[in-house]
Design a protein around this ligand. Structure first.
Ligand code: FES
Length: 112
């Protein structure tokens, strides 16, 4: 079982949830009634970008996710070109991210 805490930019707890490995992070947020902005649900618009603390490293986001995060202004071109990330709090797309086994994540939801 994994534990996910959703927090606002000021650090206020929005909600917390338990999840199973493989659960989609956007689905976890929606079930926990976290008011996370999203639009396409398919990893193409960048609206659901969140910053996550507690992820295992390295992370290996796919090219599509990196390009969307670059277009959304969340990461720079150098990071977008890298196949392997060692970011302490990487930006990721909630609709495109599966919860890891045993995750203990703090998910920063921008705009809250
Ligand atoms: S909702 Fe569009 S990229 Fe996630």
């Amino acid at each position: 079982m994994s534990r996910i805490r959703f927090v606002a930019e000021d650090g206020a707890l929005l909600n917390e949830a338990e999840a199973t490995a493989g659960d989609n992070l956007l689905d976890v947020a929606r079930l926990a009634e976290v008011p996370l902005h999203w639009r396409c649900g398919q990893g193409t618009c960048g609206t659901c970008k969140v910053r996550i603390a507690g992820m295992a490293t390295p992370q290996r986001p796919g090219r599509k996710e990196r390009n969307v995060l670059l277009r959304a202004g969340a990461i720079d071109a150098e990071l977008a070109a890298s196949d392997e990330w060692r970011e302490a709090e990487p930006w990721r797309l909630a609709c495109h991210l599966a919860v890891e086994e045993g995750a203990d994540w703090e998910v920063l939801c921008p705009d809250y």
